[in-house]
Design a binder for this molecule. Structure first.
Ligand SMILES: [Zn+2]
Length: 102
């Protein structure tokens, strides 16, 4: 998938479990226990398993895939570093002070 932070390729591990209840119509679907996800078969009792698995995989994928922070090309600056960096930034007036001394 595409990392939403650096737009590079990111590999996402998908681990999903689902329990399906095969039904012929909505009426049967309503009678299923809540633990089962109803999947409608066609009139011949045939189910397109690839389509079902594809839907489940799509649902299991993250909406905003991203590398882990250590693997991403774009590193988020840590808030602590930015504050201390500002404090250490040289004061432009220091240069003037040095010129005066010379
Ligand atoms: Zn990334």
């Amino acid at each position: 998938m595409v990392c939403q932070r650096c737009l590079g390729t990111v590999e996402i591990e998908v681990d999903s479990q689902f329990s399906l209840g095969l039904v012929f119509d909505d009426e049967q679907a309503k009678q299923l226990p809540r633990s089962l996800e109803p999947v409608e078969m066609d009139e011949n009792g045939i189910l397109d398993l690839w389509e079902v698995v594809e839907d489940e995989v799509l649902l299991a994928l993250p909406m905003f895939p991203m590398h882990s922070e250590s693997e991403c090309r774009i590193q988020q600056p840590e808030p602590e570093n930015t504050t201390s960096g500002n404090e250490k930034r040289p004061n432009p007036f220091d240069v003037l002070a040095q010129l005066k001394q010379k």
